[in-house]
Design a binder for this molecule. Structure first.
Ligand SMILES: NC(=O)c1ccc[n+]([C@@H]2O[C@H](COP(=O)([O-])OP(=O)(O)OC[C@H]3O[C@@H](n4cnc5c(N)ncnc54)[C@H](OP(=O)(O)O)[C@@H]3O)[C@@H](O)[C@H]2O)c1
Length: 327
């Protein structure tokens, strides 16, 4: 099959490309003049120059493909308007291009986020695909707008995938956590143990591709995630053990301190005009006790299973970071 992958130059998208190539599909991707092609080097993929805001390039990108996997999105931005443009308007432009230039498209797979639903109320109640959508950040709100646009495009057969936090080789967002543990430090937020769903990027890429080709998945939404939930002390202890650290020094930051630091860092980011690594909303996101989702629907309807255990995934990620001298 001919597949267009947006966001192919990024962390998740580059692994989706790998999963498609492994299955023998033909892959096309969109790259901007500023895109870093490091994860696609040497791969048999076709580049279309352009962006999700360049209608002429979108015409070339969507023309003749059987499936589109829309991974591109903004995970960091200076303000809500920038998030809205990168997540919602970009998705709307791509859907418009499909309607105009490839109305017979077989499937539009949209990569969304657990952030669209928001946190869970308790560890016994992971969110499911029927949970109400209550995003608590600009990122989550604008990813929800993008999902709404996909759902409203009833003329295009679509599938929505909502990953939780993603880790694995090539990731730079959770890298800071690994670097901190590598220094012998485990930093926790608050005094109660928080639970998270965490998916290895290759499990996610495999789940996205499974959904893209599964006929049951048309018009459906799935969480593609770990089957289990993890606490941060569990993740940090395991990471430390994999790194050969005998003991980690634990530091617990009270929620008020996290929100205070986040507010200051966010304001500095605004002054500097850069997407801040932390701001008040991200602080609120971090203090939530349960970011957990159920994989039951994906298991039952498309046969998805978590294949990479936390131990295997962390070991491989540490090894990869070390091989790149990122640790
Ligand atoms: N990473 C996670 O933990 C996580 C969790 C849940 C959901 N997600 C979702 O997964 C997707 C990918 O995330 P990621 O972590 O892989 O992010 P990433 O590494 O920052 O990659 C983002 C990709 O989107 C592309 N892109 C952004 N705006 C574009 C535009 N206007 N035109 C063309 N391409 C554009 C980027 O291209 P350039 O190379 O040109 O910048 C890059 O290839 C996002 O939709 C995100 O919301 C990620």
């Amino acid at each position: 099959m001919n597949v267009l992958v947006t966001g192919a130059t990024g962390f998740v998208g580059s692994h989706v490309v790998d999963a498609l190539l492994e299955k023998g599909h033909t892959v096309r991707y969109i790259a901007r003049s500023t895109s870093n092609l490091r994860w696609l080097e040497g791969k048999d993929v076709t580049r279309v120059d352009g962006s999700l805001f360049d209608v002429a390039s979108l015409r070339h990108a969507v023309d003749g493909v059987d499936i589109i996997i829309h991974v591109a999105g903004l995970t960091a931005a200076r303000n809500e308007e920038e998030f809205r443009r990168g997540n919602f308007e970009a998705t709307r432009n791509l859907l418009d291009a499909v309607r105009s230039y490839n109305p017979g498209l077989g499937r539009f797979v949209h990569v969304s986020s657990l952030a669209v639903v928001g946190p869970s109320a308790s560890v016994q109640q992971p969110v499911t695909e029927t949970s109400p959508l209550r995003p608590i950040t600009a990122y989550g709100r604008t990813k929800k707008l993008a999902e709404d646009a996909v759902r409203e495009a009833a003329d295009i057969p679509s599938t929505i995938i909502r990953p939780p936090a993603v880790y694995g080789p090539r990731d730079e967002a959770i890298l800071t956590f690994f670097q901190t543990v590598n220094r012998g430090l485990a930093t926790y937020i608050g005094f109660g143990d928080k639970s998270v769903s965490l998916v290895h990027v290759r499990d996610l890429a495999r789940g996205i591709v499974m959904a893209a080709f599964h006929e049951n998945a048309v018009g459906q939404t799935y969480f593609i995630s770990s089957d289990e939930f993890y606490t941060w002390p569990q993740i940090a202890t395991l990471t430390g053990a994999v790194m050969g650290k005998r003991r980690l020094l634990s530091l617990r930051l009270p929620h008020a301190a996290v929100l205070g630091i986040a507010g200051v860092v966010g304001s500095l980011g605004k002054i500097m005009g850069k997407p801040p690594v932390l701001d008040f909303e991200k602080g609120r996101d971090l203090i939530q006790p349960y970011w957990i989702c159920s994989t039951q629907k994906a298991r039952e309807e498309i046969g998805y299973r978590q294949e990479i255990s936390l131990h295997e995934g962390i070991s491989e990620t540490v090894e990869w970071y070390r091989s790149r001298r990122w640790l």
